[in-house]
Design a protein around this ligand. Sequence first.
Ligand code: NAG
Ligand code: NAG
Ligand code: NAG
Ligand code: NAG
Length: 609
Amino acid sequence: MMKNKPKLSLYVVFFFYLAAVTSDLESDRRALVNVRNSVRGRPLLWNMTASSPCNWHGVLCTGGRVTVLRLPGAGLFGSLPIGGIGNLTQLQTLSLRFNSLSGPIPSDFSNLVLLRNLYLQGNAFSGEIPSFLFTLPNIIRINLGENQLSGRIPDNVNSATRLITLFLEKNQLSGPIPEITLSLQQFNVSSNQLNGSIPNSLSNWPRTAFEGNSVCGKPLNPCDAAESDKLSTGAIVGIVIGCVVGLFLLLLILFCLCRKRKKEENVPSRNAEAPLAAPTSAAAVPRETVVDVPPAKATASESGVVSKDLIFFVKSYGEFDLDGLLKASAEVLGKGTVGSSYKASFDHGLVVAVKRLRDVVVPEKEFRERLQVLGSMSHANLVTLIAYYFSRDEKLLVFEYMSRGSLSALLHGNKGNGRTSLNWETRAGIALGAARAISYLHSRDATTSHGNIKSSNILLSESYEAKVSDYGLAPIISSTSAPNRIDGYRAPEVTDARKISQKADVYSFGILILELLTGKSPTHPQLNEEGVDLPRWVQSITDQQTPSDVLDPELIRYQPQSSESIIRLLKIGMSCTAQYPDSRPSMADVTRLIEEVSHSSGSSNPVSE
Ligand SMILES: *[C@@H]1O[C@H](CO)[C@@H](O)[C@H](O)[C@H]1NC(C)=O
Ligand SMILES: *[C@@H]1O[C@H](CO)[C@@H](O)[C@H](O)[C@H]1NC(C)=O
Ligand SMILES: *[C@@H]1O[C@H](CO)[C@@H](O)[C@H](O)[C@H]1NC(C)=O
Ligand SMILES: *[C@@H]1O[C@H](CO)[C@@H](O)[C@H](O)[C@H]1NC(C)=O
């Protein structure tokens, strides 16, 4: 019975915390002083006359308690005391990476029930990995790499149900690797003394996550390696010869195919066989940008299922049929998570974008129903779905073509290549346009979400107006195409890429805003070093420096007068990336807030060169 009343007990706990806030901050201060007195080396330049520790370097308070302690590379050595960090009971993030701290991980870290991020990599911590780390209820990231930890990896790793990062590389851990059933995004146990076989649940990680141990099994060598070790030289020679012959045959086949294809190109009446391929009439497109799509050619023509034609939602783009579409000259635009996209140019001047879906997992009926829903959507900031085509082997979506490409290319593209830098008004306009489109999707019904918000799915029209693409496709695409990948846009609660809630959309949109303003891609290497995501990175900089330090330098260089509005938008982005879905605003609220910000800051030319 008692267990059924978590709200009551939380409330009571909260009440007592309120009453005790000042003395708790006092206790946090004592704990920090204890740490300072115990570790040696370069002294911590903390102002001991200050009664509150909240302004000390590396310390961050929230709600009158210490919640973050970050002292990376601070030259600390010695061992951490009991009654130090373990007494900071509200601590959420601890980063002491790249110091020279030694001794065991203190046993009173078990008090840190709110701890989410533990970065102790690059020290000399020794002893065993305490198993209580995995029962800390909020723990999300554990990085203990490059220490001198020994003993076994605790068996209770799976108790840390929210864990996404587990880095244990370069220690002296021994024994087997336990079965890990969590959906981790980062994992590494390389360069230890582990032995035994790699559990199945981990076999999809790259080899480098396991190398430098005595372990076997996928992705490393099979466990009956005793036999494969004894491959005779004869066998090896045989294999090598086999490979060479195979490669030669493959080249021969390719050569023949190319010759055959050249001949076909001379017979214009037959090129209908080549979907999206370049016929001889591709005069308008420079030769080198014209490409073929060989697999489509093979499947569509051989199976002969070109039975039904395109299904149109919008006729105003002009008349064309599947045959005409396949004959149009095509140019690859890019490869995305749902498939590849092409630009198709018709002889009479019409240009459309074609998306070739791969890994469609739903049956035809469901696919058509889904597409019918998507086709009925219409909003100025959504890329218009013009038509689609479905056959067993080929699923094509025809969209309006966006001449400025994607926001991702614009933000992170090659500078020398005529990349334009976007000014504040344009960025605010893009944020607003995208927000309106997503708001529109969310307003359709409570279960409709975009499902894949990221900067490469925000396309730009000639006048830099944002148009959102790839909406609503997540549920029909297999989510196995990119398992366990670090996807900087994905909300922490998401476990199935095919089921993205509206609040998870809000999270992704928040990341997009941060990306738009910082100019940093959420998968930027600088972020991954600490296993930090973009919001945490922005938070850590803005805590210690001025908010404008995180902004894209190009953004403030020309418009220092806009910085107040920019910071307001940054804060909106941060609020969208709240860890818990219920703490995030709704997309309608976000849109209204962005409208206020962009109205208060006038408008001028879309780009500054
Ligand atoms: C240290 O803190 C005290 C009290 O808050 C303050 O008066 C003093 O200026 C601070 N010293 C430095 C060097 O910041
Ligand atoms: C740490 O907490 C324990 C238990 O609450 C307390 O007895 C001890 O004095 C604290 N240590 C410091 C340095 O504040
Ligand atoms: C792993 O190593 C330990 C000693 O460190 C040994 O006792 C155990 O038998 C080894 N297990 C396997 C499967 O090789
Ligand atoms: C694991 O760590 C090693 C050593 O730092 C590194 O070389 C390797 O790339 C890492 N692999 C993965 C998958 O993180």
